[in-house]
Design a protein around this ligand. Structure first.
Ligand SMILES: [Fe+2]
Length: 466
């Protein structure tokens, strides 16, 4: 577990400063004719500011990459997002981020944490809200962009003055209400989590619920079933008053305590009431996979780590991450809402991360298939399809190749849960560049690949926009 990741992943942690546009990439294999639209991903592509390397993978400057599909051809385009963090970096100024110390005075740090000067570098994930497309990090300042040209439009207009300090880059979509659902945490003497919906047609957020919290937990994502929103509070918590004055980078203010419990805060989506707080053993998690209601029970699938050491592992040295990715477990928690009991089971073997499902049709519902990046060797080196019903795994891998998040794209008018393709940007370390891999989601066999003109640094999440 403490092994250092293989050295030929270092290219994935090498900045890519080039902004590129290519009409037609070299394609081998055959693309499905129904695949039209574009896969847009966001990646921390610039890992140095001035002569200083960022301390942590989560602090690289955000670049958009778009693979466009039309008439059997694949186009490619990349552009940095012109966030405030990016503009400052152009002048050699490094904004404080997730774990990178900007070396500011104490006075400036306090200002930075409790003012809009906190980083807006949106390198984690993308979402669509009606006609608006946003890139996000974990501060509540999404950046709007054009999904075709990748031009930056500016900060998303949020007219409601819901002031907060942190958020997630993993909102949920509520197609019934036509809302993007997310939460923010406001740090104060009495801090609170605020769950909200952002309507498709509006820039005013609707508050769903407020939960006071003494020491907010670090939560990278949350769960949503048909009836409930689920905040999983891992025992990685912060004292907001200390945060303001500590002088440490953001995440280093959070303290892990494995003797504390993890708490599931279950909130009724309709009434905003707290249905209950349910307790289980300590664990840490970035990504929820799915959640659904079943006969008075709430089923919650997620990727669990024993503790929060994954955050430490992803600090960068000159070659890449400091340590190997610790083992994870694809885990199901079943919560008896009335009785209060919490059951736990493992859904499949192996270390997986970056989960995707057929979100549009299966999120909030019982489901069978999930897709992951697999990391049994210390770094992500395979794609894995899991049948969560029986734990069966199907894998794709190739020597020297390091894939990113597998994005499932449903074939229009198909009924099978795995009818479609899985798209993933793969670093080919021997070739020194990346390619877009297209797998048949059913068989997990390769259908096609399109060669990017250069390497694309490893990134987190992307979305397919039709
Ligand atoms: Fe994420």
């Amino acid at each position: 577990m403490s092994q250092t990741p293989t050295t030929d992943i270092s290219l994935g942690f090498t900045s890519q400063e080039e902004e590129t546009a290519v009409d037609s990439l070299r394609v081998t294999g055959e693309l499905p004719a129904w695949l039209t639209g574009g896969l847009v991903r966001v990646t921390p592509a610039k890992l140095e500011v001035g002569d200083r390397r960022v301390d942590h993978w989560f602090d690289g400057l955000a670049m958009l990459n778009r693979f466009g599909f039309a008439g059997g051809k694949v186009s490619y385009k990349s552009r940095f997002l012109r966030s405030r963090a990016y503009e400052k970096a152009q002048h050699g100024e490094l904004m404080g981020g997730f774990a990178t110390d900007p070396c500011r005075s104490i006075f400036k740090r306090v200002q930075a944490i409790f003012s809009p000067d906190f980083t807006d570098n949106p390198n984690v994930n993308l979402a669509r809200i009606g006609d608006r497309y946003i890139a996000m990090t974990e501060t509540p300042m999404p950046v709007e962009f054009d999904p075709e040209t990748l031009d930056t439009i500016g900060h998303l207009e949020q007219a409601d003055r819901l002031r907060a300090h942190v958020s997630t880059a993993h909102p949920h979509h509520d197609p019934q209400r036509g809302e993007l659902v997310n939460y923010v945490a406001r740090f104060s003497r009495v801090s609170e989590y605020v769950l909200f919906g952002l309507p498709v047609e509006s820039s005013t957020r609707r508050v769903i619920a407020k939960l006071p919290v003494e020491r907010p937990a670090y939560m990278h994502a949350f769960g949503m079933s048909g009836r409930y929103l689920i905040l999983a509070e891992y025992p990685l918590r912060v004292n907001p008053m200390k945060l303001a004055l500590s002088g440490k980078p953001f995440i280093e203010n959070y303290e892990w305590d494995g003797a504390e419990s993890t708490l599931f805060q279950v909130i009724d989506r309709e009434t905003g009431e707290l249905r209950g707080t349910y307790e289980t053993d300590a664990f840490f998690c970035f990504h929820h996979v799915n959640a659904f209601d079943r006969d008075g029970e709430l089923v919650l699938d997620l990727i669990a780590y024993d503790d929060s050491s994954i955050i430490d592992a992803l600090y960068l040295d000159e070659h890449g991450p400091r340590a190997a990715i610790p083992p994870t477990e694809l885990r199901r928690y079943t919560i008896d809402l009335a009785g209060g009991g919490v059951r736990r089971e493992q859904l499949a073997e192996g270390t997986v991360e970056l989960p995707r499902i057929d979100y549009g049709r299966r999120n909030t519902r019982d489901y069978r298939f999930a897709y992951f990046a697999g990391a049994d060797s210390g770094w992500i080196d395979r794609l894995v399809k899991v049948d969560v019903g029986d734990g069966t795994r199907t894998e794709w891998s190739e020597p020297g190749c390091y894939p990113g998040e597998p994005v499932f794209v449903r074939r229009p008018d198909a009924s099978g849960e795995d009818s479609g393709v899985v798209l993933s940007v793969v670093l080919d370390s021997a070739a020194g560049r990346s390619f877009l891999l297209v797998l048949d989601a059913g068989s997990f066999e390769e259908l096609a690949r399109a060669e990017a003109p250069h390497h694309i640094p490893f990134g987190f999440h992307g979305q397919y926009f039709r």
